[in-house]
Design a protein around this ligand. Sequence first.
Ligand SMILES: O=C(O)C1=C[C@@H](OP(=O)(O)O)[C@@H](O)[C@H](O)C1
Ligand SMILES: C=C(OP(=O)(O)O)C(=O)O
Length: 426
Amino acid sequence: MQSLTLQPIRSVRGAVTLPGSKSLSNRILLLAALAQGQTRITNLLDSDDVRYMLEALQQLGIDLDLSADRTECALSGAGGAFRADAQTLFLGNAGTAMRPLCAALCAGVGEYQLTGEPRMYERPIGDLVDALRACGAQIDYLQDENYPPLYIRASGLNGGLISIRGNISSQFLTAMLMAAPLCRDDLTIVVDGELVSKPYIHITLDVMARFGVQVDNHDYQRFFIKSGQKYQSPGEIMVEGDASSASYFLAAAAIAGGPVRVIGSGKNSVQGDARFAEVLEQMGAQVLWGDDWIEVRRGELHGVDVDLNHIPDAAMTIATTALFAKGPTVIRNVYNWRVKETDRLTAMATELRKVGATVEVGEDYIAIQPPERIQSAAIDTYDDHRMAMCFSLAALGDSPITINDPGCTAKTFPAYFDLFEQIAQR
Ligand SMILES: O=C(O)C1=C[C@@H](OP(=O)(O)O)[C@@H](O)[C@H](O)C1
Ligand SMILES: C=C(OP(=O)(O)O)C(=O)O
């Protein structure tokens, strides 16, 4: 396993053009594949998660033409649900491929095996499978009950009234919503209990609307989708910059100077993670907002006690920013950190302690008391891109920080460490 040692960084400054959003790239690709007409997608993210979606669509017979740098894609939609022969689709550890494809495939015809990396087999999918079975889907678990790999015998989905649990992942509801217009009848989806990561549902509804499908949204608790609506290509569509990827650069600016401007996501962003900058502001940073950019400068940072359920991915960046704040920081309501790329509550606590922080972890929160001085450490990343990226901030202290397996950023941001170096001043 390779490692990367970051020498201490004195300050940061500059502008970063963000790669395309993972959440938007995979939603747009899937809906373009289900739509009538050709879609030209620009600023597509080139990363492992998107590659798995692209490869799956090609295996499903979708004709697509990628530019040499893989950030532009012309795709001819199937004009409805997939009808393919038995296929094994390998989806890595991409939640945004596994969950939405599972539902979309059930809406069509064919037999499919959905597989992935070992960690994917530890990430639950039972709540989605239950909802799909309530619409008549035939899905079998090939190993453990409630987890991939899955075997799907697809013959279309019925409509009606179904409920879905939303307390583990919003991606289950996203998957049902995107498949809903393909159902034989109108579909009403009721969320059973709490819904986590709610802003991602806003992204889903926004992309569906751009492909011509209307959803009646009753306060994110009940959704009605009229059947017979067809996804229509919008012609050309540009992917917004990734707001979760922006968080590392903005946090670096809040800690060590700036200004740093991220370009591609701003006050008009459809992504909930753009609101990460509000948390930095609450901690004492100075934030400027443009339509499609955000700029941050250093402030005297102080710890905060915050519920970050709405921005679970960017919330990890607050955990390492807390190393530089005065006083403790508590991040609450992030139980589902435990079912993502790794158990992020445990991993975060272990690695924060290595650099000298005092950390308390509960079932759904983490409390971080920063150290007097950040200690040099070799950070394990647990095959979790966000562990690697958010711990790069620890190099803004005055000790070198080693990141083990920095290549794991390939999941969503292969060029991360190159861009981070470009804003670093030593
Ligand atoms: O829908 C999406 O694009 C995502 C939803 C979130 O997952 P959960 O809903 O499981 O929290 C987020 O963590 C993930 O990176 C992307
Ligand atoms: C949780 C994440 O990914 P996924 O889309 O696989 O759920 C993430 O990117 O932090």
